[in-house]
Design a protein around this ligand. Structure first.
Ligand code: FUB
Ligand code: ZN
Length: 673
């Protein structure tokens, strides 16, 4: 690894997003999602499953105040396919000293406060900050004298803490607490939540580790690894880095830690690998296939990448790269989704990418974005940024309705509404976005990701500003102690023209500008002697004068794709993209029975300005055929083969992220050719 190339995201306070496309998303998060989620966390959304999140913090705070301990009545939560959940016996009357919801319910607040922090950097809002500050008081009041903070165990019995790391998400909640606390501190300078987070992290660091007498466990749902790194980078206390590294190094080693907790697993599979679901089947440096629960996996790989960078660990970097390649070459949907099966919300086997039963959880694509950014921090190669962009503009955005009021958890590539309602194998697939979820991991995850999108767009080192995504922004970059203002203007994702203006004050600065993988050609307003190209980035170093401008153009062409023939579901089919956007067909624009359509991919196609549910987009119009259905006749389910009757039709493709915004209807990304 070449440390010279390392870079890190800029402070959000040094980037103001101006981009019409992303600003709209961020404004939706600020004006719709954050207030709605606050209401949801307080069980104030009519018709939505109660969250109990703030209820639990209040109950834990009350117990603290009264100096009570509830060691005696530990209630094992009920297992649902998504995790363990405790519900009130009488839903109308939850008791004010009991824990309810999923064991990881605390994390919903932590994600919310993280989104609030990011949002405040772009849009100061004293009223929201006051709500957040008050909420932080409630959360901090739940912390135990010894620093422990997880309301599930505080309310159910602290004698059981860390007794089920595999399933019960304590270290996952810790991770989200650290992320939220750092974000809020960086945004506001207020450190109350950060101090609470550090105290809990200290407690955990005393509890786990290689030293004699300490627990040798690690998270069942990863995230603490990357969050501890972030805490270390914020506080410079290397205890947190050591703990993160310990969690990474210990994972999957034999004897399996989870065997101690779950002897029943040993009996089920005494000789083979266990804990693939948690990516704890092998030491991480030996893992070469992305397996198990997809969100867990990409969160782990993000933590591995962080540790590889900070400990100069080539072997770990190689493992990250191998896992990256496995995902991108064999397990990635063309929408940037990951997770081919709802069983375990997991990766399926190589090339198994079913469209209509896909899981492709919104959180999983968010995790893929985290992983990509961390790979870019170590090694600026546009192939990481290409996937980051693909995930962001497609599956991540598809997770939220265009009005910011409803969400997808699962992001299929093909939907037949009748199947969603009647076929149990597809019950996880929804054809319209939901207001909220009992397991509400995705909406707050979206909120924190969209409101911090600039941290994926740009990274920096001493003398270089890396532009990974062309998102219109005002960036302040420090070079040799002097501030350089860089303005990026673009009409992405609809037009590939980009202007980069530097207000340089005679300071030398390198701009590393990504050449998107989808661009078959490009132009740049600089002499070729002035720049070099490496790994998909154009490097241009200048002593920038005042108001110097560079223009780039990455023509966005309509592109038609086949999948690798090993992807059985897509054989004989094509998908359409333009620039970073993946397209789909919807019944609204193409009539019912999308499976009867075929695409004539050689015929002329064109792009037109259009509007989908109020969203201005570029639509793609292509030529194709519709197979005529035979006249209904009994006994003709099967018939002697004959040439299909086909009538020429226009195929109207809309951006995938805009689907399901005009009511329930069929959708398909892949179309027969
Ligand atoms: O387990 C916590 C979160 O809930 C996961 O990341 C999601 O996949 C959902 O299962
Ligand atoms: Zn989720």
């Amino acid at each position: 690894m070449d440390k010279q190339k390392f870079s890190s995201p800029l402070s959000l306070r040094d980037v103001q997003i101006k981009d019409a496309f992303w600003k709209k998303e961020m404004e939706l998060v600020r004006t719709e999602v954050i207030p709605y989620q606050w209401a949801a966390l307080n069980d104030q959304v009519e018709g939505a499953a109660p969250s109990y999140c703030m209820h639990n913090f209040k109950a834990a705070g009350k117990q603290n105040e009264e100096r009570r301990e509830q060691g005696k009545e530990f209630r094992e939560p009920v297992y649902t396919f998504r995790g363990f959940e405790a519900l009130p016996e009488d839903p109308a009357h939850p008791e004010d000293d009991k824990f309810y919801g999923f064991v990881f319910q605390d994390s919903d607040f932590y994600k919310w406060i993280e989104a609030v922090g990011y949002s405040l950097t772009q849009h100061p809002d004293p009223e929201l900050e006051k709500i957040a500050d008050d909420a932080i008081q409630i959360v901090c009041a739940a912390q135990q004298d010894d620093g422990y903070l997880d309301t599930y165990y505080i309310l159910n019995g602290k004698d059981k803490i860390f007794s089920n790391l595999k399933d019960n998400h304590e270290l996952y909640c810790l991770g989200h607490l650290l992320e939220g606390a750092v974000a809020y501190y960086q945004a506001t300078g207020k450190d109350q939540l950060l101090n609470t987070a550090c105290r809990y992290a200290d407690y955990v660091a005393d509890y786990f580790g290689p030293e004699e007498g300490k627990c040798k466990g690690y998270p069942g749902h990863e995230i603490a690894e990357m969050a501890l790194v972030r805490l270390y980078e914020t506080t410079k206390n290397d205890k947190y880095l050591k703990l993160a590294k310990y969690f990474i190094d210990e994972r999957g080693t034999r004897p399996y830690y989870f065997d101690q907790e779950h002897p029943e697993e040993v009996k089920k599979n005494p000789d083979g690998l266990r804990y693939e679901y948690n990516q704890a089947h092998l030491p991480v440096r030996e893992q070469d296939e992305a397996v198990g629960h997809a969100v867990r996996a990409v969160y782990l790989y993000s933590g591995m990448a962080d540790i590889a960078r900070l400990s100069d660990d080539d072997k770990l970097f190689e493992a990250c790269n191998t896992l990256w390649n496995n995902i991108v070459d064999k397990k990635l949907y063309i929408t940037g989704g990951i997770g081919g099966t709802h069983i375990g919300e997991a990766f399926s086997f190589n090339y198994d990418l079913p469209n209509d039963t896909a899981y492709a959880e919104t959180c999983a694509s968010i995790g893929l974005v985290f992983f990509a950014r961390r790979m870019l921090e170590m090694y600026p190669d546009s192939r990481y940024a290409d996937v980051m962009e693909q995930a962001l503009y497609n599956t991540v955005l598809s997770g939220m309705a265009l009005d910011g009021k409803s969400f997808f958890y699962v992001n299929p590539l093909e939907v037949l509404p009748e199947a969603c309602h009647k076929d149990e194998r597809k019950f996880h697939v929804k054809d319209i976005r939901q207001k909220w979820f009992g397991c509400a991991c995705c909406p707050p995850n979206l909120a924190r990701t969209l409101s911090s999108v600039s941290s994926y767009a740009f990274t920096e080192n001493d003398d270089t500003l890396f532009v990974h995504l062309y998102i219109g922004s005002d960036v302040k970059k420090k070079v040799n102690g002097q501030e350089v203002a860089v303005h990026i203007d673009s009409a992405f994702p609809w037009d590939g023209k980009v202007t980069v203006s530097v207000d340089g004050a005679n300071v030398p600065l390198t701009l590393a500008l990504r050449i998107p993988g989808w661009a078959n050609s490009y132009t740049v307003s600089a002499d070729s002697s002035e720049y070099t190209i490496k790994d998909g980035y154009l490097y241009i170093t200048r002593t920038w004068k005042k108001d110097e401008t560079l223009t780039l153009d990455f023509p966005m062409e309509i592109q038609v794709w086949n999948a690798d023939p090993r992807v059985r579901e897509d054989i004989g089919k094509a998908a359409v993209t333009r620039g970073p956007i993946t397209y789909c067909l919807e019944e609204k624009d193409n009539g019912t029975d999308l499976h009867l359509l075929t695409l004539d991919w050689n015929a002329p196609a064109f792009v037109k300005d259009s509007v989908v549910a109020g969203e201005p987009v570029k639509e793609i119009v292509m030529h194709g055929y519709r197979e005529e259905l035979p006249a209904p006749k009994a006994g003709t389910l099967y018939r002697p083969i004959q040439k299909a009757e086909k009538k020429p039709v226009e195929l109207n493709f809309i951006p995938y992220y805009t689907w399901a915004n005009r009511g329930e209807n069929e959708m398909s990304v892949w179309v027969r050719v």
